[in-house]
Structures are given as C-alpha cells and as structure tokens.
Design a protein around this ligand. Structure first.
Ligand code: FO1
Length: 318
C-alpha cells in the first residue's frame, strides 16, 4: 500500500515514527508543512521538515519533540552576547543542518534537493518532501497585529488572540516536484494529527494540492489532533475557538470534510461518532494519545488496518 502523509511538526512526527514501523518505509511519502520556515541569521530554518527527519532518524530530543537529542546551545548564547535575538532556540548541532541547507540553497539547489540530501545523510528511509520549494511563511494576524508564525508560537507563546492566518506568496507558489503525483498515485493519504490551520492549512493552500486531494482515488484519512476538546500540544483548540469553529474532533472533521473518507476519533470522544458519520465519512475509534513507541505503533497499526479494510471493500464493490 503506497501511503502519502501530510504532516506538521511534533504530533505528526510521533505518528510517522509508528507508521514507518507498521508499513514498508519505502512505500511512505511525507509532504511536510514549510509555512513554519523562517530565515534567522541568514540561515533557512525548516522546523517541521527537521522535526520529522530527526524523529525518523531516531535523533530527536524526545522531551521537547523538536531539535536534536543531547544538543548544546553555546553558539546561541554567544550570539546573545552580541545583542542578537535568542528567543528561537537553535542548538549547535541543529545549526549545522541549517548551515548545510542554506549553503545548498545558495548554490542553487532546491529545498527538495536539500531535504533529500539531509534525509539520506541521516538515514531517513521514507521519502520526505517539502510542500513547496517556494518560501511561503505563515503569518498570524492577531489582536496585536501581524507576525511570523514562529514569533506568535515561540516568542509570544501563542498568547495573542488569533484573528486570521495567511500564507505569504502562496498564490504564486508551486507544489514541490512529486507532491501532486504522491497524492494522485497513492493508495492512501493520511492527514497526520496536526493543527488544521497552521500545519495542514499551509499545505492545502499550495495551488494544486486541494484539487489533487479531491481528485485522487486514494482513500483519504485524517487523525484527530483534538481529544476531549483539547489539543495534546499547541494552540489548535484555541485557534478553533478564535476562528469560529466548533472546538471538537467534529470541528476538525468538518474542515477536511470535502475530501475525507475516514476519520480517526479518540475512543474518549465516542459520543461524537454519529455527528462525524453524518458528515459522510467512516469513523474509527481508537486511543490516539502517543506517549510511548508502543502507542505510536498501535495507532499506526489501527490506521493501516482501517485503510486496508476500506480499500478492500471499495475494490470488492467496484
Ligand atoms: N519550539 C519552541 O517552542 N521553542 C523553540 O525555541 C524552538 C526552536 C526550534 C528550533 C529548531 C526547530 O527545528 C524547531 C524549533 N521549535 C521550537 C519547534 C517549532 O517552532 C515548532 O515545533 C514547529 O514549527 C511547529 O510545528
């Protein structure tokens, strides 16, 4: 089964680690959000690409969920002596990734090529693609004005009230090579348990991606990022509320409604099952909270089984 996953950062990376053990890594393509990308100290930082790559390579800092395990922050503390900003915690080893990526970009390589080289060097087996080679930073319009996503998320700790989200340069952006084909030629597309506005939203906004999701004959499945009305990590629940959506798994299912075949709901939210089924999708109830590697593999195994059954039933009917 060829699986293409749409992914944000930490939650997606946890699930993808489980998936890479429950499905053949060579059959998995991951399309990563790059709306979180930011230029710092002249370097191109791609947090979601790196979070997924480090996690799949077994190198990530498991406590924080991002960055490299055992990293130090000597360079950053020296930069702050010179009065440079230090709110975005770039580790010393992590900086090597950003220097290498930026150097490849400066030499004329694309973000896709830089990502492929980093993944090969780290031993990442699934294919990891940026959503686009174009720079389309996510901008958050808040009650305090417009700011880059990382300013809102890291510097301001998601405190400002979100009024809207926009993606700079998105109208002229093109999907990275292989992105549309990965959606159109997959047997299954999985929307990872990521924030629908700031992790999956930027991918859907790249011209051509939403159309590919609507056109594909793949089974399209999403995993809820909301459990018991709360996000396990990050501002998804507050953003659902502030942007006028229902703060629930059903609120997320509704956002993806036009292209979704299956929705994975946390077993704690069984009460929402019929409301989500009424949106026209099949619902799978299971434990979606991933703390241990066993949790990640168990959730991935449930997703793979549900997809196999769905695809099997669809083939029999055809
Ligand atoms: N997240 C934080 O909350 N604080 C940080 O200082 C921080 C630094 C950082 C550096 C490199 C990197 O790849 C990720 C980093 N993240 C940090 C995570 C990142 O901001 C978010 O996880 C994603 O952009 C959201 O998916």
């Amino acid at each position: 089964m060829k699986i293409t996953a749409l992914a944000g950062g930490v939650g997606a990376a946890k699930f993808l680690l489980g998936l890479s053990r429950e499905a053949a890594p060579g059959d998995i393509t991951i399309i990563s959000n790059t709306g979180d990308d930011i230029e710092l100290f002249g370097l191109h930082v791609s947090p979601d690409l790196d979070t997924v790559a480090y996690t799949l390579a077994g190198l990530s800092d498991e406590t924080k969920g991002w960055g490299l395990a055992g990293d130090s922050f000597e360079c950053l503390s020296w930069l702050s002596r010179y009065g440079e900003q230090s709110w975005f915690n770039l580790g010393d080893r992590d900086l090597a990734t950003h220097i290498h990526r930026s150097e490849m970009l400066r030499r004329g390589c694309s973000l896709t090529e830089a990502t492929s080289h980093i993944c090969k060097s780290l031993g990442v087996q699934p294919r990891l693609l940026p959503m686009s080679d174009d720079y389309t930073p996510t901008l958050i319009i808040t009650d305090e004005g417009e700011m880059h996503f990382q300013e809102y998320f890291v510097r301001r700790r998601c405190e400002p009230i979100v009024r809207a989200v926009r993606f700079a340069n998105i109208e002229s952006a093109r999907p990275a090579p292989g992105v549309e084909a990965a959606i159109l030629e997959a047997d299954a597309v999985v929307i990872c348990p990521s924030n629908p506005f700031i992790s999956i939203g930027p991918i859907l906004a790249v011209p051509g991606v939403l159309e590919a999701l609507k056109r594909t004959s793949a089974a399209v499945l999403a995993i809820t990022p909301i459990v018991g009305g709360k996000a396990l990590k990050g501002p998804a629940a507050e953003m659902l509320r502030d942007l006028g959506h229902e703060v629930s798994a059903r609120g997320v299912a509704r956002i993806y409604g036009e292209f979704l075949d299956l929705f994975v709901l946390d077993a704690r939210d069984e009460g929402e099952r019929s409301g989500i089924e009424a949106l026209g999708m099949q619902v799978i109830g299971t434990d979606t909270v991933m703390n241990t590697i066993e949790d990640k593999q168990r959730l991935a195994a449930s997703v793979v089984l549900a997809l196999r059954e769905y695809i099997g039933a669809a083939t029999q009917c055809a």
